[in-house]
Write a protein that binds this ligand. Structure first.
Ligand code: IMP
Ligand code: MG
Length: 415
């Protein structure tokens, strides 16, 4: 499977980092194609916790990292994470698209300012300047990587940007310095990746955030400012749609959401708190507690549909261990009508009453127990866990081929 897209099926934080790491072990290249340092991808390798915000997490498995034009780039993060890769002993072959827009300090300030202005209706952004950077890009006023390599072009563009924002713009010396540091890595990522695919090389497109945070296909306005669905790999990296071989949808064994917005299956009780603690559901980027709830099939069916998912990787199954009962929302009751697949419209979801089925849980399991299960494979899973997985497969009508049962690589079961 030479071209594989990894996409989140919920509100982000599905555990895409680990799945990307696993799929990248025999890949040649891994590409970030949307979003910016709002993403937080964690990988644990040989007991070491590695956090990535800009560089694709799959690079920790040795695949060459690329950042394509559809992203908004925080260069401080890029340099920091390149150092991290170097400290791990990876030769730092890395390429960043000359066309990617960069996040300036002014964008972060604006992000925070707009959030304050929204008051009670704040989106709960990561304040990483994502929205304002994409907005300048759409205005055709953004600063691209290639502009950092050309002082005159940069000055002209900064002049315009100053007028657009009527605010202090950072000094250009710093940007020229960034240009000098990034210069060895600047290239035509889009052509490079297409050529790799021609040669039959394996490329992983590492999505960030999740379907329900997509600016067009998510719970607008409580979304991020990029397209997060599988199709965004095509636009964000200049890959023709017919070149994609498979789409791996990553979903967590329950739902979480960080930031504001509708969440039909949210848990407001002690159980929710317990899952938050056990699952360590606190934002990687911001440290904020994540909201927790049961699986939501109407939204998952929508996500699977919109990205035409080939197979599913189910993550964090271990977190649900020791629960007496586990619920799944199979459909909504929407003003008397049964809804099995729901577009994530805030208006619609506000009135959706989830209908649940209840499954038996399985007993408490230690990390060692899960390790033993991972070594022995699918048959070693507790029967109730198998039933839970198979029920999800049936409800969403897609195969679950990989089940992650712990943060570290090695704690997973293939089916
Ligand atoms: P922004 O992307 O910083 O503009 O934030 C917009 C919304 O997307 C907020 O609700 C954030 O919490 C959410 N968000 C952005 N990136 C991620 C992510 O990587 N995981 C989970 N939520 C995210
Ligand atoms: Mg994350």
């Amino acid at each position: 499977m030479p071209a594989t897209i990894i996409t989140g099926l919920q509100w982000g934080d599905e555990g895409k980092g680990k799945i990307s790491y696993l799929l990248c072990r025999d890949a040649d290249c891994v590409v970030r194609f949307q979003g910016g340092a709002n993403a937080g991808h964690t990988v644990i390798v040989s007991g070491k916790k590695l956090k990535f915000n800009m560089i694709p997490a799959g690079s920790a498995a040795g695949a060459m990292p690329c950042i394509a034009s559809g992203t908004v780039v925080d260069l401080d993060e890029v340099f920091e994470e390149l150092d991290l890769l170097r400290s791990l002993g990876f030769e730092t072959k890395f390429m960043i698209s000359r066309a990617a827009n960069i996040v300036l300090p002014i964008h972060k300030k604006l992000d925070a300012m707009i959030e304050e202005l929204r008051g009670g209706r704040a989106v709960g952004t990561t304040r990483r300047g994502i929205g304002p950077t994409y907005s300048d890009k759409a205005l055709r006023a953004g600063i691209r990587i290639e502009d950092l390599l050309d002082r005159n072009a940069l000055m002209d563009k900064l002049e315009i940007l100053k007028k657009v924002h009527d605010l202090e713009i950072e000094n250009s010396d710093k940007l020229i310095e960034y240009g000098n540091r990034i210069k060895p890595y600047v290239g035509d990522v889009e052509l490079f990746v297409n050529n790799l695919l021609d040669e039959g090389k394996k490329v992983i497109f590492e999505g960030a955030q999740g379907t329900l945070l997509d600016i067009d296909h998510g719970t607008y306005p409580y979304v991020t400012s990029s397209n997060t669905i599988a199709g965004a790999a095509c636009t964000g990296c200049g890959i023709g749609p017919t070149r994609i071989d498979e789409v791996v949808g990553v979903m967590k064994a329950y739902s979480t959401r960080v930031g504001a917005g509708v969440f039909p299956t949210e848990l407001f009780n002690e159980l929710g708190e317990r899952i938050r603690e056990i699952g360590q559901e606190f934002g990687t980027t911001t440290g904020r507690p994540r909201r927790v709830g049961w699986l939501d099939m109407p939204l998952l069916r929508y996500a699977v549909r919109i990205s035409d998912v080939t197979w599913i990787a189910l993550t964090k199954l271990d977190v649900l261990s020791g629960l007496d009962k586990i619920k799944i929302c199979t459909e909504y009751d929407l003003r008397g009508k049964t809804v099995e697949i729901a577009p994530p419209s805030v208006k619609l979801l506000r009135d959706a009453k989830p209908t649940y089925i209840e499954l038996d849980g399985w007993g408490k399991m230690t990390k060692e127990d899960w390790k033993a299960v991972s070594e022995r494979g699918w048959d070693a899973l507790p029967d109730e866990a198998k039933t839970y997985i198979e029920t999800i497969e049936k409800l969403v009508n897609k195969p679950i081929k990989l089940v992650s049962v712990g943060a570290e690589a090695g704690l997973e079961v293939m089916k």
